[in-house]
Design a protein around this ligand. Structure first.
Ligand SMILES: [Fe+2]
Length: 423
């Protein structure tokens, strides 16, 4: 990204907002300069990987435990993505790694602080418009900067990165100059530039959202973030396979549920997702699922119907989920929610408040709400407030905290097994 007048104004705006918010944190370094590159570490299906995006055509130099090694090109440049995506497998037990001399954040053997963020892009779609140039309207750059200062051991993005689908209307200053379409410029503006400090702070797990289906942001997803190898034919895979990340208890199992129909139970899909949701049964020890669409969550009631729950996944989970699944991390609903149920079912967390327009009618407390046959025992949300959440390992429990964009804690909950209690 070049240092244009726009960039300077944008950085000034970020600085001013942080001061106004009373934040005492230091600012993140500026986005990568022209000719520079983005880099990060992610858990992929085949293990830990470093990735880099470069405009130079050649992958940057890397080193593992001080020994020089070569990154390989995952995806070559083309018209829409004039960048090379590079990758490097990081072996288990590696003590250090670097790209072009810049140290990479490797995971501890047992992550104790997991930061969750989701639904982060700036919406430009038809009449649904955010002011991408205004931190008040689209705060993801601030969310990412503040989240990075909490020094997480791991970041989980629960999906929906790409939102700039249509052009900013002429004369609308709030989004003037924004790119649009599933191309590198949009992905850089929606995710890689604003996420910079957080991308460097810890390794990531990327969950696919419905904005990353092949019909929407699938090109960018497949090239840059997909945890699976880049397909030989370069085509976007409509369905990603599950993969697991060992967190030293629990195991995080990542599923792609992006196509699951929300409002009507699609029986053919339900049969497929029933098999996917049984994945955890073969894994010893406790499991958390991470997938984009929550099953039994709701942002409002329309008539007698709950809105926000997923009727297809509910059909798939009708006979329950494997007994070792304790929690589900999702996004999709633009709110923070924590819920556990009267029935023996995993706790559900929703962290979809990272940047896109919030869902305004989510109830703060929804104990007793019946969602598609399941009764909420404890249900809390903090919508409509932008932010992110942390999951911190405690003694026999996880402390879950929802933060606003200033890094101020809004709600604390305790996850014990499948049960949630909020303060
Ligand atoms: Fe979504």
């Amino acid at each position: 990204m070049s240092s244009s007048l726009f960039d300077l104004l944008w950085m000034a705006a970020r600085r001013r907002v942080l001061v106004l918010l009373g934040a005492t944190i230091a600012l993140s370094p500026p986005p990568a300069a022209a000719g520079d590159f983005h880099h990060w570490v992610q858990f992929a299906a085949e293990g830990l990987q470093a990735r880099a995006v470069t405009k130079s055509g050649a992958c940057p130099k890397a080193a593992i435990d001080g020994r020089e090694t070569a990154m390989t090109a995952r995806a070559q440049a083309d018209d829409l993505f004039p960048v090379t995506i590079c990758t490097l497998d990081i072996p288990k037990g590696a003590k250090s790694a670097a790209i072009d001399g810049r140290p990479l954040a490797l995971p501890p053997p047992r992550p104790n602080k997991i930061l969750v963020v989701g639904d982060t892009g700036c919406r430009l779609k038809g009449l649904f418009l955010q002011d991408c140039n205004s931190p008040g309207s689209w705060p993801f750059p601030l969310v990412a900067d503040v989240a990075a200062k909490l020094a997480p051991d791991l970041v989980v993005h629960v999906g929906d990165y790409y939102y700039r689908e249509s052009a900013c209307p002429l004369l609308r200053q709030g989004c003037a100059g924004s790119p649009h379409g599933d191309n590198w410029a949009s992905w850089e503006a929606d995710f890689f530039d604003p996420a910079g400090a957080l991308l460097h702070s810890a390794p990531w797990v990327f969950v696919r959202g419905n904005h990353e289906t092949c019909e929407r942001g699938g090109r960018g997803w497949t090239r840059a973030l997909d945890p699976h190898p880049f397909p030989a034919d370069g085509r976007c895979p409509p369905q990603d396979r599950p993969f697991a990340v060992d967190l030293g208890g629990p195991t995080l199992v990542v599923l792609d549920v992006t196509t699951a129909e929300d409002r009507v139970a699609n029986l053919e899909q339900a049969q497929f997702f029933k098999t996917q949701l049984s994945t955890a049964g073969a894994i010893p020890g406790p499991v958390w699922y991470a997938f984009h669409k929550p099953i039994f969550s709701s942002i409002r009631i329309s008539g007698k119907e709950t809105v926000g729950d997923n009727k297809t996944l509910a059909e798939a989970a009708r006979d329950g989920l494997p007994a070792n699944v304790e929690a589900i991390l999702s996004g999709h609903l633009h709110a923070f929610q924590a819920a556990s149920y009267v029935e023996d079912y995993p706790a559900q967390f929703v962290v979809g408040n990272g940047g896109d327009t919030l869902d305004p009618y989510t109830p703060a407390k929804f104990d007793g709400l019946v969602i598609n046959g399941l009764t909420v025992e404890r249900g809390r949300s903090t919508a409509p407030i932008f932010g992110f959440a942390t999951f911190e390992r405690g003694d026999g429990e996880w402390l879950v905290t929802d933060y606003d964009v200033q890094g101020k804690p809004l709600l604390r909950c305790h996850l014990r097994g499948r049960k949630v209690e909020c303060e």
